[in-house]
Design a protein around this ligand. Structure first.
Ligand SMILES: Cc1cc2nc3c(=O)[nH]c(=O)nc-3n(C[C@H](O)[C@H](O)[C@H](O)COP(=O)(O)OP(=O)(O)OC[C@H]3O[C@@H](n4cnc5c(N)ncnc54)[C@H](O)[C@@H]3O)c2cc1C
Length: 439
């Protein structure tokens, strides 16, 4: 079978590694197409264009551990283990110290580029080709991809791991490849994020393993260490980010002015009662501005030998802290289902695998999406009363462990168990169907 993965981000790379672990790269022809040379080649760049640091929660770290213990160790080594989130306010009140999971269930904060590098170096260079996919013709037996250099390639299975602006999603939902607006196009959430790396010594009083989020009525500020002092990295590094309301996004939002964003950051947070934030905003150099886009929930993630994963299938608000972990879970689920169904039916098992994958993953993402929207609303501008209500709500939530069941649902998820369950449920339904036909 010919498999083409579009995109060499976390989704595409982790899917390839899972397929390799499960023995599918020997039996099938698998190629990744990536449009950006700086992503597909390990050029050692320090700051990725696609963002600063990411937090990988216990569920995502579990996927990595199951995939490759050595890879897990490298990710931990290149990042910084997080065991608690301190939630405080612009008025200087501490609302909660929330653990990130149970013992041994720590999260990791890590530079996005460091994280991708750990994955990228495990994928053979010959697998990734630098070409931009311009179009996909979805056929009844074979799919044809067209590239920016005029060439084309055929595939039995096309995986859209091509991020929030996914071309495959556009095409699967019946829209011409050059159409920008369609029912499932990314939606701007009215929020913009800025962030950068800062010297770790600006946050000396932050205990080991603590990430900080500070809520206010004119935005949100987060900070912590994203790279510990270690034999490989030598110098510890801090990271900070701030999110604020911007109702109307300019047409040319890809060129939002970093200098202006930096001045606004200072003005926004200078009166906040937090010494670390005051220190950071004096020194920080903003080099990235990210408007927050999400995608609407899709009716399905698969169609006729095409399947979506990661941000291409579900871009949730960064407030969820789940984008990368969900992409990692997608990769394990899709690879396990492909391995199972292709062993049963090597010619068309991938179709059933994609269907089961979509059915399994969509309800989980719907829950995460809903929670992320609630968390995102806490970053919007608000009046004093709303601000105090928000603090009371967060404080009560932490005190009464209201959020516990959601956290357990997210952090304790085990992809292998869920896939086994999906396979056995599918088998039972098939037996029921056959028994019905016999009758
Ligand atoms: C500001 C911000 C903060 C975030 N913080 C967190 C966090 O703390 N924790 C977390 O878990 N998640 C976080 N996320 C979300 C996380 O970054 C994404 O969920 C994750 O990167 C998705 O990975 P992906 O591989 O699906 O997509 P991407 O990382 O977008 O990768 C897609 C790849 O496909 C390539 N591509 C696209 N189109 C084509 C084409 N036509 N042809 C060939 N190649 C193509 C792209 O170049 C890219 O390399 C954050 C996101 C943002 C914006």
């Amino acid at each position: 079978m010919r498999v083409i993965i579009i995109g060499a981000g976390v989704s595409g790379l982790s899917l390839y590694l899972w397929l390799d672990k499960l023995g599918l790269t020997k039996a099938h022809d698998i190629t990744i197409y990536e449009r950006r040379p700086d992503v597909s080649l390990d050029n050692g760049s320090e700051i990725s264009i696609v963002g600063g640091s990411i937090g990988i929660t216990a569920n995502g770290m579990r996927v990595i551990h199951t995939l490759d213990e050595q890879l897990f160790a490298e990710v931990v080594q290149a990042g910084h283990r997080i065991n608690s989130w301190r939630i405080s306010t612009a008025r200087g009140w501490t609302l909660a110290d929330a653990p990130t999971g149970g013992p041994g269930d720590d999260s990791v904060m890590i530079g996005r580029e460091d994280f991708c590098r750990c994955f990228r170096k495990r994928v053979p260079e010959s697998v990734t080709k630098v070409k931009k996919v311009l179009d996909v013709e979805i056929g009844s037996t074979v799919n044809v991809l067209k590239f920016d250099d005029g060439s084309s390639a055929e595939a039995d299975l096309v995986v859209g791991a091509d991020g929030i602006w996914s071309i495959l999603r556009r095409i699967m939902f019946g829209v011409q490849s050059n159409a920008k607006d369609y029912q499932y196009a990314p939606h701007y959430e009215g929020l913009v994020g800025v962030g950068s790396y800062v010297p770790a010594n600006l946050m000396q009083e932050v205990p080991q393993g603590q990430m900080n989020i500070v809520l206010g009525r004119n935005g949100f500020f987060g900070y912590g260490i994203d790279r510990g002092e270690s034999a490989t990295s030598k110098v510890a590094r801090g990271v900070c980010w701030s999110t604020y309301t911007l109702d109307v996004l300019p047409q040319d939002w890809r060129k939002l002015d970093c200098d202006q964003a930096q001045q606004q950051l200072r003005a926004r947070h200078q009166h906040w009662k937090n010494d670390v934030i005051r220190r950071i905003i004096k020194e920080v150099k903003i080099d990235q501005v990210w408007p927050t886009f999400t995608t609407p929930l899709l009716p399905s993630w698969e169609r006729q030998g095409c399947v979506l994963m990661g941000d291409a299938a579900h871009a949730v608000q960064p407030s969820s802290g789940q984008g990368t972990s969900m992409a990692l879970e997608d990769a394990e689920a899709l690879a396990r289902l492909l391995a199972h169904h292709l062993a049963v039916d090597p010619r068309s098992g991938h179709l059933l695998a994609c269907k089961q994958y979509s059915d399994l993953r969509m309800p989980r993402l719907a829950k995460v999406h809903k929670k992320a929207q609630q968390l995102g609303s806490m970053k919007q501008d608000m009046g004093v009363v709303q601000e105090l209500v928000m603090y009371a709500f967060v404080w009560a939530l932490a005190k009464c462990s209201w959020g516990k069941s959601y956290n357990e649902y997210v952090f304790r998820y085990d992809v292998g168990t869920e896939v086994e369950h999906a396979i056995s449920t599918g088998r039972k339904q098939e037996q029921l169907h056959l028994a019905h036909e016999d009758f």
